[in-house]
Design a protein around this ligand. Structure first.
Ligand code: SF4
Length: 357
């Protein structure tokens, strides 16, 4: 194993933990992770290296409009880049120049950014008199939707990476504690929980079970697709069977579990494949015990679509997408409606992402 470590990351606790764990590795000290990250490298096929770095830029970005929860108080945050898995349709294919995993280790600073974000929403709203429309909306929405959401795992499969990053140990307890004051009068009822989503295609739930408590403010979201499609398009991810077994273990123990059916892929015999898939889910998972379900088709903005097409001109599913509306290249209406109907039949509250039903 070769570990590239930024010199500025040397004295962080997390780096020391990694060094301790990989005692027999070759260590190469580097000035800046971007010197590796910004290079076209062959696919990280031998899986024998990773990078440890300090994140100096913003860890948090706003979630796009209509992503799911209240779009004005939903955020992505990153503690790592690149993914061990190889999903053919993934935006990381063209977003980054190579797939060497980058682990950021300055957790204290990243947690501080999250705390500041939560605090600032309220400081700015509590103490202002001249509200603009945007701020008024946040204030009103929060009263009703009453949670602030942080989605981890946007740039990697954070659960899979946990055996090196110890992400859960460092962030799940943190999210149990941060709350946003609803009002100047700080009674218990006036605090709003800040929630975290951990999304994964891995079935390795050891790190979750090792937490030794059931978190209230973290939801574990499993992305699911039919096994044939996992084999064809989601290379190296856990099998459907393994994921379902892990989901059921967590449900039995009382964890908050979400099911994410995404992206639903435009394969030729999609009706048959997804019809069977929903039947399997129905028989193997007690949907009533799941916190929520969520569906999304495969979609790209026009520029992203052109990028992935350039990179993977032979990827069949790309050619079954259409220029359907002014934002996205996506599955045709009839196919999306079929998907939404079967998943609404599974769970009538199933949330449809970035589309109307
Ligand atoms: S698991 Fe997610 S982040 Fe990783 S390659 Fe697949 S789609 Fe991309």
């Amino acid at each position: 194993m070769i570990i590239y470590i930024e010199k500025q990351a040397k004295n962080y606790k997390q780096t020391k933990i990694i060094l301790d764990k990989f005692k027999n590795s070759d260590i190469i000290w580097i000035d800046n992770y971007k010197n590796l990250f910004d290079k076209e490298l062959p696919l990280w096929s031998n899986k024998n290296s990773f990078v440890v770095a300090k994140l100096n830029s913003a860890a948090i970005t706003n979630a796009p409009n209509w992503y799911w929860h209240n779009d004005k108080t939903s955020y992505f945050f990153k503690t790592s880049l690149n993914c061990i898995f190889d999903c053919s349709y993934c935006f990381l294919k063209w977003a980054f120049k190579n797939d060497v995993p980058i682990y950021f280790i300055n957790y204290d600073e990243i947690r501080l950014q999250i705390e500041d974000k939560v605090k600032n929403i309220w400081v700015s709203l509590d103490e202002k008199e001249d509200w603009n429309d945007y701020e008024l909306n946040i204030k009103t929405d929060l009263k009703y939707k009453d949670k602030i959401w942080f989605y981890s795992s946007d740039y990697s499969d954070i659960l899979w990476m946990d055996n090196i990053s110890y992400f859960l140990k460092n962030f799940v307890p943190f999210f149990e504690k941060i709350n946003s004051p609803f009002h100047k009068i700080r009674t218990w009822e006036n605090f709003i929980p800040s929630m975290m989503e951990v999304r994964t295609k891995s079935a390795n739930i050891k790190a979750i079970l090792d937490l030794w408590f059931i978190p209230k403010n973290t939801e574990f979201a499993f992305s699911l697709n039919p096994q044939d499609l996992i084999e064809k398009y989601e290379h190296w991810t856990s099998s459907l069977d393994e994921r379902i077994k892990s989901i059921n273990i967590l449900l039995d123990k009382g964890y908050n579990v979400w099911l994410r059916f995404l992206p639903l892929l435009p394969v030729k015999n999609y009706k048959e494949i997804y019809g069977e898939f929903v039947k399997e889910i129905k028989t193997r998972i007690d949907i009533k015990r799941v916190s929520s379900t969520f569906v999304s088709g495969l979609l790209y903005t026009k520029s992203d679509y052109n990028n992935i097409l350039k990179k993977y001109p032979k990827l069949d599913i790309l050619y079954r997408l259409k220029d359907e509306d002014w934002i996205f290249i996506r599955e045709k209406r009839e196919m999306r409606d079929y998907f939404y109907n079967i998943f609404r039949d599974l769970d009538k509250e199933c949330f449809i992402c970035l589309d109307k039903k």
